[in-house]
Design a protein around this ligand. Structure first.
Ligand SMILES: [Zn+2]
Length: 192
């Protein structure tokens, strides 16, 4: 699957919405990714996980780690394709922690998998957690890089698709200038 086909999966699953959105940052955008609209559909989600697993073939990865919540789903199914184990990192008081008896050995080969990369904060927290066990991070794989490649880590990273997240301050928003009402999430929205 190439990048266009990946983006098409987002559209087909209605996870990529077009309209006039007010983001949590307060900025406005003409696209919105509701990642759980895709993650809730196993038949679509598994195609992405198969793709993620193919990027880890012959890498010797022993464990796939994902951050809560979307990362749990992706790490689990990606690990299923690879025939290895998957564990997940939960929020702790200071960054991410392993609970439920999860642990890593020194030198254990780990892949980190997550859904949408925006600021990179949650992935960095998982990196800090994994390296605190002296485990080896082989690769970081994202379903979608929304940072347009501006977020990088000290380890190899691949995204199934990379997009630029265009947004505007409300007083510079071209949609506001045209008088378009804000799209209410949960109401009728249009996907291209
Ligand atoms: Zn606007």
């Amino acid at each position: 699957m190439n990048q266009d086909e990946i983006i098409q999966l987002f559209r087909d699953s209605h996870a990529l919405l077009t309209g006039h959105f007010k983001l949590t940052s307060g900025r406005h955008s003409d696209v919105y990714y509701e990642k759980f609209t895709l993650l809730k559909q196993p038949s679509i989600c598994t195609q992405l996980c198969e793709q993620m697993a193919s990027l880890l073939k012959n890498s010797g990865v022993e464990t796939v780690v994902g951050p809560t919540t979307g990362g749990i789903i992706l790490a689990y199914d990606t690990a299923r394709y690879l025939g290895v184990e998957s564990i997940y990192a939960e929020p702790g008081e200071n960054g991410r922690i392993f609970k439920r008896g999860f642990s890593l050995e020194k030198g254990q080969k780990v892949a980190i998998v997550d859904d949408v990369l925006t600021t990179g904060r949650s992935v960095q927290e998982v990196i800090d957690l994994v390296t605190s066990y002296d485990a080896d991070i082989i690769k970081i794989i994202l379903m979608l890089d929304r940072s347009n490649g501006t977020v990088t880590f000290d380890y190899p990273m691949e995204a199934l698709a990379t997009v630029a997240a265009q947004s505007w301050a409300p007083d510079e928003c071209p949609l506001c200038a045209k008088g378009e009402p804000i799209t209410q999430r949960g109401s009728r929205v249009f996907s291209k």
